[in-house]
Design a protein around this ligand. Structure first.
Ligand code: IVH
Length: 667
């Protein structure tokens, strides 16, 4: 291989990195897209001809391929904290005064930043090379998304520094701007796939793709707002300088970042950003102030979840006026009819809103929304758009009331469509690529009647459809087949029992271990499950009582849908391992009764309080044992707490949690 090929490949890599930086980070390209493509194609050609020239940080290597595994959990080197919020000027002033007092200064110097509405991500650079990217997760543990983050051109694979730190963690927000979001949704529509409700969901969904080629096709970008862990290097003294350093290292930092001195200047920044918010081209939901000096930050320290040196000042939810073009009803998966206002498209909080739910007939009557009305629409963060009120003094004389129908034509079919869409959704059976439009078509054409029929679709029947090519049909069938291997919580959530959301599905699966046991459970047994009350228990019981539903589940099984069973929590001794101390006089039951009932559910009842005591129940005139419990920080329950515990021993932990909170608040 001629030496010049190696040199040329290195030069091309350098050039492409440079132009990526100009384009994706600085927003200031120097060459045309065509000229850029020529460079990339030349490099691809060279690497293909001489595989030894390939390097892992080559710009051709941004797109990996399908990851074989789910996302690996990653322990963050330092917890990724959250931010305290201020909603009013008073909230912010209190924060500023608190900080000033603690630091013993009059005027606090802050870095003011925009608060982007995306997804927090941590990047790890080992000697300047991007080696890992992870989502925030719960702050302690996130998910590894390195392959996917590598596809984001605003994220340099190599830091632009001569002597990079041995280890550097950079934190920031991954998001989609308004143009990228609109383009993505347009493409999803064209392909008959689900559109995203807002840029934040779209960014999250794009980052959690097992196939990084899909992530690569999504217009994600990132701004960096903090340095996390680092090793072998001392970051600059102020946060503002840290951001400048990151920018010089090739990372993208918000151009809206500004240093402000004191509260008045900070508030002026807030006002300025609130005015410019609608024209920034990406969604922000507030501004963030960070005490600028890193020494001062260290002095202030942190509370449980958020640093004491930073605060997010949130914008009030954005409101816009628009016209109600029509009102009609939507059929939900349970068959319920929901009135929906069809609106003249309006951008609210970075999202184009065309529909707003009116929830039910009562809500429709209360708000008195009529067709033709001018209405105020609000959207706060992730919240679905809502109609705040009608602008009554602008009600046209032609405005008409909508009469809620009791039923709509094709209601049963609409309901079936909704329940199949739900069954296939990401948190349920997760059939990728089965968009709403396809489900509608399959049902309308009588290819399927319910979700179990999905597993009998054939290539012949699918390719006969217009707009579904052989490749897409094959992919779809593969996704349907892949969904056969599922989990009990996904199945329970996916079959669409009224009011059984993901969380309930999880606890049901955990407590009972198998579908059979849940199907056989009585309402009383179901009510033993944490957070399942009589109404939900009834919905679950009624669902399985219907032969049609049992048959549906049997058909799923026959089609090959399967899920592992787990060991159920032993219902007869949910308090095994617990030591309970009773003290004081109980009113509603005798001490002996209480003891017997606690023992019946596995608890040991003891007479002395020690560190090992799980809980102390205090009745009237409780004496030294209650005091000792407080000293030893043993959880304390009053009689009502004990009654709750005996009624729902399986929910013991959450009962204690709730009680412990009350105690903390009381002190
Ligand atoms: S700093 C120690 N700066 O807001 C402080 N966060 O509510 C950690 N966010 O999880 C975060 N823009 O996802 C910081 N300029 C900014 C931000 C920002 C958006 C997000 C971030 C964080 C959440 C906390």
């Amino acid at each position: 291989m001629p030496e010049s090929d190696a040199a040329r490949a290195a030069r091309l890599r350098q050039l492409i990195n440079h132009h990526d930086h100009r384009y994706y980070v600085l927003d200031d390209p120097e060459i045309s897209d065509a000229a850029y493509d020529d460079l990339l194609n030349e490099l691809k050609g060279l690497e293909a001809a001489h595989p030894v020239l390939m390097t892992s940080d080559s710009p051709t290597q941004r797109v990996g391929g399908k990851a074989a595994h789910e996302f690996r959990p990653v322990q963050h080197p330092r917890p990724m904290l959250s931010l305290d919020n201020a909603f009013t000027v008073d909230d912010f002033m209190n924060f500023d005064r608190r900080v000033a007092t603690r630091l013993g200064v009059e005027v606090v110097s802050y870095t003011a930043e925009t608060k982007l509405d995306g997804l927090a991500v941590s990047l790890l650079y080992d000697a300047g090379v991007l080696v890992r990217a992870a989502t925030r997760g719960d702050g302690e543990t996130g998910e590894e998304v390195t392959d996917n983050v590598r596809t984001i051109r605003a994220v340099p694979l190599l830091l632009h520094v001569k002597q990079p730190p041995a280890l550097l963690e950079v934190r920031g927000e991954i998001y989609l701007d308004e143009i990228g979001f609109a383009a993505l949704n347009r493409r999803q529509l064209e392909r008959g796939e689900k559109t995203f409700a807002n840029p934040r969901n779209a960014a999250a969904g794009s980052l959690r793709q097992l196939d990084s080629k899909i992530t690569a096709s999504r217009p994600l970008t990132m701004v960096c707002y903090a340095i996390g862990a680092c090793d072998g290097w001392d970051p600059p003294d102020s946060h503002f300088e840290c951001l400048q350093w990151l920018r010089a290292a090739g990372l993208r930092v918000s151009p809206e970042t500004s240093r402000v001195q004191g509260a008045a200047a900070a508030l002026a920044y807030y006002e300025a950003m609130a005015t410019r918010r609608a024209t920034l081209g990406y969604a922000i939901d507030g501004v963030v102030y960070k005490v600028d000096s890193r020494d001062a930050q260290a002095m202030l320290g942190q509370a449980a979840k958020a640093p004491r040196w930073a605060i997010a000042f949130k914008f009030p939810p954005e409101e816009r006026a628009t016209r109600v073009l029509d009102i009609d009803v939507q059929v939900g998966r349970t068959g319920a009819l929901t009135p929906v206002a069809r609106l003249a498209p309006v951008v609210v909080g970075g999202v184009t809103v065309t529909n707003a739910t009116l929830h039910n007939a009562d809500e429709l009557a209360r708000k008195d929304v009529r067709i033709g009305d001018l209405v105020i629409v609000r959207r706060a963060g992730d919240v679905i758009p809502e109609i705040v009120r009608v602008v009554l003094d602008q009600r046209p004389s032609t405005a008409t009331r909508y009469g809620m129908p009791d039923a709509v034509p094709d209601q049963a079919r609409a309901q079936r469509i909704q329940s199949i869409i739900h069954f296939a959704s990401r948190r349920a059976l997760d059939i990728e690529g089965l968009g709403d439009k396809w489900v509608e078509q399959f049902v309308t054409l009588d290819l399927i009647k319910d979700a179990a029929d999905l597993y009998h679709l054939t290539l012949e029947s699918l390719v006969a459809l217009e707009r579904l090519g052989e490749k897409s049909a094959t992919n779809l069938l593969a996704a349907i087949a892949a969904s056969k291997q599922t989990t009990l919580p996904r199945l329970l959530y996916g079959i669409g029992i009224k009011e059984v959301g993901e969380a309930t599905a999880h606890v049901l699966a955990e407590q009972f271990g198998s579908l059979e046991r849940i199907m056989q459970a009585s309402c009383a047994e179901l009510e033993q499950v944490p957070d399942v009350g009589p109404i939900v228990a009834n919905h679950i019981h009624a669902y399985f009582a219907l032969a049609e539903h049992r048959e549906f589940l049997a058909r799923l099984r026959i089609a090959g849908v399967h899920w592992p069973n787990t060991e159920p929590r032993k219902a007869d001794s949910p308090l095994a391992g617990w030591t309970v101390v009773l003290t004081g006089t109980l009113e509603s039951l005798t001490r002996d009764d209480a003891t017997a009932r606690l023992q019946a559910v596995g608890a040991k009842v003891s007479s002395s309080v020690s560190k090992k005591t799980s809980v102390v129940v205090v009745g009237i005139d409780a004496g030294s044992k209650a005091v000792k419990a407080r000293e030893l920080k043993v959880p304390i329950l009053d009689e009502a707490g004990l009654v709750a515990l005996l009624a729902k021993p399986l929910a013991a932990t959450s009962i204690l949690d709730r009680h412990a909170l009350r105690q903390a608040a009381a002190e």
